[in-house]
Write a protein that binds this ligand. Structure first.
Ligand SMILES: Cc1cc2nc3c(=O)[nH]c(=O)nc-3n(C[C@H](O)[C@H](O)[C@H](O)COP(=O)(O)OP(=O)(O)OC[C@H]3O[C@@H](n4cnc5c(N)ncnc54)[C@H](O)[C@@H]3O)c2cc1C
Length: 460
């Protein structure tokens, strides 16, 4: 890898692109490399903030000509090890959205976020398979699997509903791929993400839905163990696929902007959504409501556009690290481990520990798709610690200890979208899938140009 590029080459690139080019020291460089996770600190040699597909082509060709690796970033929600001396292509300005109501399909730019899509889709009564947070990027989320807390158990992973992808590959070509158009590249992009190119446009299916019944029940921290046991009991029932429930244990900071019942408190947060009748959901969540008076209960009929109220994820960038595990099942012994964690979690370093149930259509294994490890799991445990380095270090240690204790029930692999900073391709794909992706990498990116800011599939 070379560390410098002739100044003239950069001047030529600046002339060629409609977006912006930044080198270290430029005003705008720090802003462009920043992401949602404030602990992510890449130091690229050059940043190309692409305005359109042609800019992405110019950036990829420039990197290839100068033998510089490429990283792709949209919102910077997912942490990867910090690297330097590469070309960072940011796609955050490419946020076009077009809804085709007749086909029930959305076509969006490579930098679109869910907040850009849900409003226009709702205008024609449709909903995408978006995740819990409006500010997450569509491409990173979808091509990593895409677990929709509202629709996933009914329609499966978002990646299974991708219709076509426009991508700039390592050879600088723009290709439009679909199940019947360059199917091999389409298949490996659906799971391999930026290993195979920079996605400049993506088309995906939408579903008729205008409202749901759901929200959050916030219970005092002393109920945390009971909440976990109630969740486990509920998950063993034959639940309707349209019913989703997850629980989170939250250590909230003493920030003045938080409402009083939450400020500085340890809470159990039950997140609920249901696509059937209100009465069905009321019956299913009654055991949680029976645990005592809630601090706040927002579960009610809501327009789909209020989906973010279910998880109520934080919206401001913060410094954090995260870890996760996929569990095949959640027997009583596993719940006991989680309960022991809950008994000592109040005021501890871990900011959030969440447990989501999968199941339903999420366990389908379509023949055309890259086998996502999460398809074989029943539950995901995910945790994060926000704060200064010593707090993050002790939170990560506590989480790792818990995840080790849960290892008898773990599938041994991780869900691509919920990995921690140091997790690699080997942690997210089984051996056969990784071999298959390596083969594809040798074909589409033999020099491993796209090897930064992703779970890199090494072609060697
Ligand atoms: C608050 C919060 C809530 C979340 N909720 C959910 C959820 O409900 N369900 C779920 O499945 N996940 C969820 N996630 C995880 C999220 O889906 C992943 O972090 C995802 O990778 C974010 O994608 P991004 O583009 O926003 O982030 P980035 O960090 O910018 O990108 C993530 C990865 O995608 C690649 N990428 C991004 N854009 C492109 C592109 N145009 N072309 C090629 N590669 C690209 C990047 O190279 C990188 O490898 C959540 C994350 C957060 C922080």
């Amino acid at each position: 890898m070379q560390n410098t590029v002739p100044a003239q080459a950069i001047t030529d690139l600046v002339r060629e692109v409609a977006g912006s080019v930044y080198v270290p020291g430029d005003e705008g460089y720090a802003r462009e490399i920043a992401g949602f996770n404030l602990r992510s600190t890449h130091e690229p040699l050059l940043v190309v903030a692409a305005a359109h597909t042609g800019d992405v082509q110019a950036a990829v060709s420039f990197a290839a000509a100068h033998q510089l690796p490429v990283g792709v970033k949209n919102t910077g929600h997912q942490p990867f090890p910090a690297q330097e001396g590469f070309v960072l292509i940011t796609v955050g300005a490419m946020r076009s959205v077009a809804i085709d109501a007749d086909r029930a399909v959305a076509r969006v730019g490579g930098g679109a976020r869910w907040a850009d899509v849900v409003g226009p889709a709702q205008e024609v009564g449709l909903a995408p398979l978006n995740g819990s947070a409006p500010h997450v990027g569509v491409v990173g989320y979808t091509l990593g699997g895409g677990l929709s807390p509202l629709l996933g158990r009914v329609h499966g992973w978002a990646v299974d509903h991708v219709v076509s992808i426009e991508v700039v590959t390592a050879d600088g070509r723009v290709r439009r791929v679909a199940r019947d158009e360059e199917p091999e590249l389409f298949r490996v992009l659906c799971g391999g993400r930026s290993n195979f190119g920079v996605v400049t446009e993506i088309e995906f299916g939408l579903f008729p839905l205008s409202s749901f019944y759901g929200g959050g029940i916030y219970l005092p921290g002393h109920t945390a163990e009971d909440v976990l046991r109630t969740f486990a009991e509920l998950s063993r029932q034959p639940l309707p696929e349209g019913f989703n429930c997850s629980v989170a244990l939250l250590n909230l900071p003493p920030l003045p902007e938080l409402p009083e019942p939450f400020r500085g408190k340890f809470l159990a947060h039950v997140r609920v959504s249901h696509l059937g009748t209100d009465a069905e959901a009321e019956a299913l969540i009654a055991p949680f409501r029976a645990l005592g008076p809630a601090l706040v209960d927002t579960v009610s009929r809501q327009p789909y556009s209020a989906f973010a109220a279910v998880h109520a994820d934080p919206v401001d960038p913060a410094p954090y690290e995260e870890s996760s595990a996929l569990l095949a099942s959640l027997p009583d012994e596993a719940v006991d481990r989680l309960a022991a964690f809950a008994r000592t979690a109040a005021g501890g370093p871990v900011t959030v520990l969440e447990l989501r149930q999968l199941g339903g259509a999420l366990n389908a294994m379509p023949a055309h798709a890259v086998p996502l490890a999460a398809r074989q799991a029943g539950f995901i445990v995910w945790g994060a610690t926000v704060g200064p380095p010593p707090i993050v270090a002790s939170g990560e240690l506590a989480l790792r200890t818990l995840l080790d204790e849960l290892s008898p029930w773990s599938t041994g692999l991780l869900y691509t979208n919920f990995t921690g900073r140091e997790d690699q391709a080997e942690d997210t794909f089984d051996v056969d899938t990784l071999a298959d992706l390596r083969e594809a990498k040798r074909r589409f990116d033999p020099q491993n140009l796209f090897r930064v800011n992703n779970h890199n599939v090494d072609p060697q």
